[in-house]
Write a protein that binds this ligand. Structure first.
Ligand SMILES: [Zn+2]
Length: 180
């Protein structure tokens, strides 16, 4: 953990007052801990419009906390998409493979792995993310873990008629279609 501070801003929807504060890495990393719910310090309104969050790059320290705590989210929506940054690959694999990581977090990490492949694979990814060599590397890591994914419930469990990491079922379909 670095001592770097991450800037957060917000604007009051009622009086327009703009506020800025600085958070440490572990507070800024998670949606629940960076939530800024105190009322406007000028007019007391709790209605805010706009604002920004500087987010720290993923670190082992953040994952150590997140992996065993299902109350914390990097993002409550599309967390797998947030985690799927190519430079995160080694960290994602480390925590995916660790039996001490909570099953929901392992499923999110598995999903992020598929997204990394999808984004980098030349026939499925956006042009600026395409990287055939990296896609091949990720595919290798996915294929090595077939039995782990079954263990995590990939083929059995369903939610809303889709496999458990349903957010990326289109990614999994593409992966199976191209059989890398
Ligand atoms: Zn205000």
């Amino acid at each position: 953990m670095t001592s770097q501070k991450y800037e957060q801003t917000r604007s009051c929807a009622k009086c327009g007052y703009e506020e800025t504060r600085f958070l440490d890495e572990l507070t800024a990393a998670f949606e629940e801990t960076r939530a800024w719910s105190e009322p406007c310090s000028k007019c007391g309104s709790t209605d805010f419009s706009g604002g920004s969050n500087a987010l720290p790059p993923l670190s082992s320290k953040q994952l150590e906390i997140w992996a065993i705590n299902d109350e914390l989210h990097f993002s409550q929506q599309d967390e797998d998409l947030i985690l799927a940054t190519p430079s995160n690959l080694e960290l994602l694999l480390e925590f995916l493979d660790s039996p001490s990581t909570h099953i929901w977090q392992r499923r999110t990490l598995a999903s992020a792995l598929y997204i990394l492949w999808y984004d980098a694979y030349p026939q499925t990814g956006k042009s600026y993310l395409q990287n055939a060599e990296f896609a091949e590397k990720v595919a290798l890591e996915i294929n090595k873990r077939t039995s782990l994914f079954v263990e995590l419930g990939a083929s059995k469990s369903e939610e809303f008629g889709e496999p458990l990491w349903y957010l990326s079922s289109y990614v999994r379909e593409e992966f199976e279609k191209h059989k890398p």
